[in-house]
Design a protein. Sequence first.
Length: 258
Amino acid sequence: MILAIDAGNSRTKWGIFDDAGELQTHGAFVNAGFNTHDAPQVWRSCPSAVVSNVAGPEMAEKLTAALQIFDIPMNVVQSSSYACGVTNSYAQPGQLGTDRWAALIAAWHLYHAPCVVVNAGTALTVDALVPDVAAQQAVFLGGMILPGFRLMQDSLYQRTAGIGEYPGTVQPFPQNTGDAVYSGAVAALAGAVSSMLDKLESYLLAKQQEPRLRCIITGGDAALLAQALSDDLHLNGQVVIADNLVLQGLLLLEREAS
């Protein structure tokens, strides 16, 4: 049994995998309200834990203390230049968020295809992954980071005079402020993903490789973003929601390290 923990900017996701790599149970909690003794009791059954933490030192201290209660040793992953068949093209590989790194590794092992890997959470990350055909491995080419859905809305509410917080939905031609803000945020996120898909398609064509792509989306706003992208007919069913993608990548990293 392995406990995988993905501490994101706002929430922490966790899952327990059996020896066959199957996810047995999982959950999540809000970082702001988490205290050491709030750790799920089911963690007690795990002999080890693998952790990705992009939430900062305070969350790291809380998780360390929580796992110490159950006497569970913790491996905190770091992004590297290469792991699990994936090469990291960042100029300084350690700067890549460990949640992005784990998601890229999981996407490669699940699909073995060129893809754009998207994490739609507090921030939106949009990463390009291509096969290295000769080596039968993969290369992370690079990616984008931009504010997530709620951050975009909040920035308008807080920094723009005259725009209050109104409920909204996606509309083709918004006719009230709530719909205008909501539709604009969704369009911006979908536009960033579509832009990366177009760039990756052009890259593959220039390399004379098959340009059919997958768009793999994980994170709390995955369904919202997937719907916006699926409305674009040229994607042709390429959009896939992959729940727990980061946790699956953490499992792969832990197995390679052990």
